[in-house]
Design a protein around this ligand. Structure first.
Ligand code: HEC
Length: 128
């Protein structure tokens, strides 16, 4: 009886761990997102002056085209929305479709990569 109880507890723990793991991937995994950000960092810094692309620390909840000191395209300046998860996902999936005329030339095809990099960007506090 104690054996069965132990096994039962073990499989429960395993199911719980699985639920946590799959939950984390559905919501976006910031650790993997940091690796995905490697594909952005050729152009984007997290903070500080940048000529190639706007700094992305604190981009979630920031107005599109809102990083001070970066010369955005007219399209991004006119876009006028505040970045949230659905908008960022759509922009990263197809930049030129979400913001026609944007000067960001590349996106991310993989939905999980998008969720992960968005989770990573959410975890990076805005620069002060
Ligand atoms: C080849 C250079 C380049 C790469 C690579 C790149 N971007 Fe961009 N990104 C830009 C440029 C340029 C802009 C400004 C677009 C505009 O003004 O229309 C931009 C804008 C953005 C914005 C809007 C920022 C704001 O302040 O409104 C986000 C968010 C963004 N990029 C995320 C990403 C992510 C995430 C990746 C990696 C998956 C990535 N970018 C890869 C060049 C790049």
């Amino acid at each position: 009886m104690t054996g069965r109880g132990f096994l039962g507890a073990l499989s429960l723990a395993a199911a719980f761990a699985l639920a946590i793991a799959s939950g984390a991937s559905a919501a976006g995994d910031p650790v993997h997102g940091k690796a995905v950000f490697g594909r952005c960092s050729g152009c984007h810094a997290l903070s500080g002056p940048s000529f190639a692309a706007p700094p992305l620390a604190g981009v979630m909840g920031r107005k599109a085209g809102g990083a001070p000191g970066f010369q955005y395209s007219k399209a991004m300046t006119a876009y006028g929305k505040v970045w949230d998860e659905p908008l960022l996902d759509a922009f990263l999936a197809a930049p030129a479709t979400a913001v026609p005329g944007t000067s960001m030339p590349v996106g991310l095809d993989d939905a999980q990569d998008r969720a992960d990099v968005i989770a990573y960007l959410k975890s990076v506090p805005a620069a002060r």
